[in-house]
Design a protein around this ligand. Structure first.
Ligand SMILES: [Zn+2]
Ligand SMILES: [Zn+2]
Length: 136
């Protein structure tokens, strides 16, 4: 959980740098495939009636290639920018929840292990990146 009290955020800003588990960010393995803990770096500032959070999230994303169905993984750093309007009712900003939603939304359903992935032969089922097709 990454929450900040609005009263603690002033124009000098706050820095946040923590490594969290999926559970701590409220992510489940059904929602997203991550192979390492998640490092979150954030700079949070208040400018007038706006709280601005510049966030960098890095972790090892697991994928399945949509062409050859091989499992692969890649460490990526993703930048997110959030802003929150300060209203009289706003006591805290929940940066963790914003990150959780963005990570689920950004998780691509179709991704290739490499741009020129040759895929699987529909005839014999071999992974054409690794083997030659045995079809006649
Ligand atoms: Zn592939
Ligand atoms: Zn074949």
């Amino acid at each position: 959980m990454i929450k900040f009290l609005v009263k603690d955020i002033n124009s000098k800003g706050l820095d946040y740098n923590q490594t969290l588990t999926m559970e701590q960010l409220g992510l489940t393995s059904e929602e997203i495939d991550l192979r390492s803990p998640i490092t979150v770096k954030a700079r949070i500032e208040r400018i007038d009636n706006l709280i601005i959070a510049r966030t960098k999230v890095s972790t090892d994303f697991g994928y399945m290639c949509s062409r050859c169905l091989e499992d692969f993984h890649e460490v990526q750093e993703i930048e997110y920018y959030f802003d929150f309007e300060v209203t009289p009712d706003l006591e805290f900003v929940d940066l963790g929840e914003e990150i959780r939603q963005e990570m689920i939304l950004a998780n691509p359903a179709r991704i290739l292990c490499k741009d020129d992935c040759k895929g699987i032969c529909v005839g014999c089922g071999v992974n054409l990146n690794l083997e030659k097709c045995k079809c006649k």
